[in-house]
Design a protein around this ligand. Sequence first.
Ligand code: GDP
Length: 359
Amino acid sequence: MKVALVGVGQAGGKVTEAIAAFDDQMDFGAVRGALAVNSAQADLRSLSLDTVLVGQDRVNGHGVGGDNELGAEVMQADANQVMSSLDGRITAEAEAIVVVAGLGGGTGSGGAPVLARELSKVYSVPVYALGILPGRDEGSLYQANAGRSLKTLTREADATLLIDNDAWHDAGESVEGAFDAINQEIARRVGLLLASGEAVEGVGESVVDSSEVINTLRDGGVAALGYASAAASDDSADNINTVTSTARKALFTGTSLPDATTADAALLVVAGKPEAIPRKGVERARRMVEDETGSLQVRGGDFPLQSDQLAALVLLGGVERSDRIDEFMQRAREAQKAENEPERDPTEQFQNDELDGLF
Ligand code: GDP
């Protein structure tokens, strides 16, 4: 699927840069344009992308802090400037636009939903969001910001692919320390998904194409993306179990949104050498995805790729009913309540606490 990427805010810019670099390094050519937008000049400087600075009259290039309402305002005020910078990048070729942002901060959190709405007004191709959820250990402002941003994004974007910052970092390691590694994980998954519809070698009936990605995301809402890979034999008959176990891992342990397995629609892409991909294994894996997600719309396809590995990508559409999203929205609601409560004197708060005393 040929796309134009727009990264908003610090995380948005870094993740956009990582996806564009992966696409370039693999020579896929799915990323047809990439732009980074921020209200903080310093965050734009370090990126090797074309950039647009917004909100200069309000924040003078210093960013909006964690204020996502201000992030939305500055994006709205400068939307025309961003849209005209995108003009040349959204060529007739782009089949979708992807707005990328960390949802817990200010510029991306507030700006991404505004930009998704403005882009949808002008372009007829789908506008997707790639949103990064703050990890559990990030403060309550991040959780509250992300909840409000997610609610608005799912309304404004055609679908929102979520990445949980807790998904791929080891216990004990800080989220911040793990950003580069997480960004690489995102780039590999999203880069492969975008490229999977672009395969030219071995074009055949079983090869996946972009319309299958678009159809899987058709009903909107929240999406998740899983990935896993394993060494493969050159003989497809030996790879039946490899395909099923890899697809299972992609769904359960390699996913961008842990525990989100109830889905309305799914797409299973098996990547590898065409002669190594076993039809029987792909069919079994597809049925497994059907059983585990409860979805009756599981699409499937191959992604021919010269590699000694077989990889499974599982795109899930309509995962907002899952426990993981419930848990996150609950956390965001509590955080918003806490943020809105006036600060009380700690002594008074201690004495008036609602906890019952022992006697
Ligand atoms: P903004 O510049 O105001 O949009 O704020 P940030 O992009 O810094 O957004 C903050 C959120 O994004 C927080 O939840 C961070 O944990 C997360 N974040 C910041 N940088 C990165 C990054 O490079 N990678 C990932 N995965 N998350 C990031």
